[in-house]
Each structure stands twice: as C-alpha cells, then as structure tokens.
Ligand binder design. Structure first.
Ligand code: F6P
Length: 319
C-alpha cells in the first residue's frame, strides 16, 4: 500500500484533529502518502481530495473540530453513490481508507470494505455510544465541558435557591449525563436507560429541599427525553425551588481536546495505519480495559450498547 485516505464523518468531536495528525504522521513516517478527504463521505463522492504533508497537520493536535470538515450523508447507503466514491479513490490511486466517526460512519466503511476498498474505522463521538469501545474520541473533552458548565450553574443556583435542569447531549446514550452527574455531585441524573418519571422527579426534588435543606438542586438530563423548559416550570410550581433550564447544546462539541482525548486519538490513528499496512480491512479500533485493540466491523456493529447503570447506582447511593 502506497497511498491511504482519511476522512471524518458524522458529528464532529474534539480530538478528531489529533487522530488526523496521527494518521498523517504515522503514514508519512512509513513511506506512505496520505490524502485528506474533505467533508466526510460527501467529499469522497464529490472528489474533494487533497494530499496532506507534515505541515498540513502541524499544531492541529490542540484544536477542536476537524480540519477536514464533516458531514452526514444518508445517500451513502446507495450503491451508485458508493461506486462514485470508489471511482474517486481509484482516480487518486488511494488504496486504503481510515474513517473517523461513529457507528453510522462504520456502516459506510463496512460497505466500502465489502466492495473491495480496505477500510479501518476509528471511533469518535462525544456521545460515547459506540458499543465496541469503552471510550470514543471526544467524550472526555465533552464531559469536561459539561462539568465546567454545571459547576458554574451551581454557583448561581445556590445564590437564588434554584433547581437547574441541564440538558446534555448523548443521542440516546446516557454516558455523558451519568458521568457528568457523578463528577459534579448532581442531585438527580435522568437518562433513557435509567428511566424518567416526572412525578417522581418533582417529589424527589421537594424531598431534597425539605429534608436536606439544600440551597440548590442540579438535575442532569440527557437530550431527547422531555422538554426541559417545561420541566423547569413544573419544578417552580410544584416544589420550593425556582426552576431554570439550560440546554448545553453544541457547546459540548467544541473546544481544545483534553490530554486523554489527544492520547487516545493519537494511539487510534497510528493503530489504524498499522492495520492497513498489514493488509487488514473491515475492522475498527477500540479501547478495551485500557488496551488498544481492533475488531471486525460486522461484529463491532452487533455488540449491544452497555449502559453505565453501575455508575448511576453508585451515584444514587452517595448523593
Ligand atoms: O452525535 C453527536 C451529536 O452531537 C448528538 O449528541 C446530537 O444528538 C447530535 O449529534 C446533534 O446533531 P447535529 O449537530 O446534526 O444537530
């Protein structure tokens, strides 16, 4: 293999740039030319492809986002669209591809692999919802952003005897909410996995206010569960707290990656290149008990998503 391509796909995640840098530098150090594919699979189909050298990835390890740009392309499911992508790879004589993204991006990589294009997936999403890996690139940075914001909200909530309802991302995966809840000592964590009962939430908050004489209550809730503004209004009406809601939104997707994300991304990127150079295809890299491993994509995509109910239960015991 003499030439490989790299793309970032799906929602961006801090640390994607560190992974791009790692792939480029690892490839170049082994005599491989590396091509950047801009705007994910869309750019592959539209031939937005350019060779990258060492200088192109200088200093990007500290930057959030992705210098390659990212996109979601539903049409990549279509055979004729993928054929167009393969034509472009052939045009540039690119023989292997590193795809950085989530499960959706992995499905695209698997489809290309099945059409004869060597592909390796690298997990990156702030949601940490890729079942095949314990951690995905971006999760740690997003978690630290959430912690930072919850700590700030606690200050003002305490001054005003308020209950802050803070909606975090996660796309149906509760990890961000659970990890943020346990690390900020939030009064309540609400996720899809651990269930939501509005009545119970209001009763628990009232109990916290009365029995624990708390000046504030912090509720961390995953997105896509309920309207947090309405919930905050109900808290004002039915408890002695005044309710306020904050949707952290895309703030969670930005920022300079943490040390942990930079290291993970660097290890993943290098392993992806080694796999391609060893003629491995149709796999994704992952971290398992702290070790960097690789797994066949069909198997990886079948693994049921684990939920951190253990951490949730620990939090419930201590709060
Ligand atoms: O997958 C990452 C994520 O940030 C999810 O947490 C969220 O539900 C979704 O992407 C938001 O997507 P968009 O940036 O397209 O609004």
């Amino acid at each position: 293999m003499k030439r490989i391509g790299i793309l970032t796909s799906g929602g961006d995640a801090p640390g994607m740039n560190a992974a791009i840098r790692s792939v480029v530098r690892s490839g170049l150090s082994q005599g491989i030319e590396v091509f950047g594919i801009y705007d994910g699979y869309q750019g592959l189909v539209e031939d937005k492809i350019r060779q990258l050298d060492r200088g192109d990835v200088s200093d990007i390890i500290i930057q959030g986002g992705t210098v390659l740009g990212s996109a979601r392309l539903e049409e990549f499911k279509l055979l004729e669209i993928r054929q167009k992508a393969i034509e472009n790879l052939k045009k540039h004589e690119i023989e292997g591809l590193v795809v950085i993204g989530g499960d959706g991006s992995y499905r695209g990589a698997l489809a290309l692999h099945e059409m004869g294009v060597p592909c390796i997936g690298v997990p990156a999403t702030i949601d940490n919802d890729i079942a095949s890996t314990e951690y995905s690139i971006g999760f740690d940075t997003a978690l630290n952003t959430v912690i930072d914001n919850v700590d700030k909200l606690r200050d003002t909530s305490s001054s005003h005897h308020r209950c802050s309802v803070i909606e975090v991302m996660g796309n149906r995966c509760g990890d961000l909410a659970i990890y943020a809840g346990i690390t900020t000592g939030a009064e309540l964590i609400i996720t899809k996995e651990t269930g939501y009962d509005e009545m119970e939430v209001l009763e628990r908050l009232q109990h916290i206010e009365e029995s624990k004489k708390k000046r504030h209550a912090m509720v961390i809730i995953s997105e896509k569960i309920t309207d947090v503004e309405l919930l905050a209004e109900k808290i004002s009406r039915h408890t002695n707290f005044s309710g306020r809601s904050t949707v952290l939104g895309h703030i969670q997707r930005g920022g300079s990656p943490t040390a942990r994300d930079r290291i993970l991304a660097t290890q993943f990127g290098d392993r992806a290149v080694q796999l391609l150079l060893n003629d491995v295809s149709g796999q994704c890299v992952a971290v398992n008990h702290g070790e960097i491993v690789s797994i066949d994509l069909p198997e990886a995509l079948k693994i049921p998503r684990r939920s951190r109910k253990d951490l949730f239960e620990l939090h419930e015991r201590l709060v």
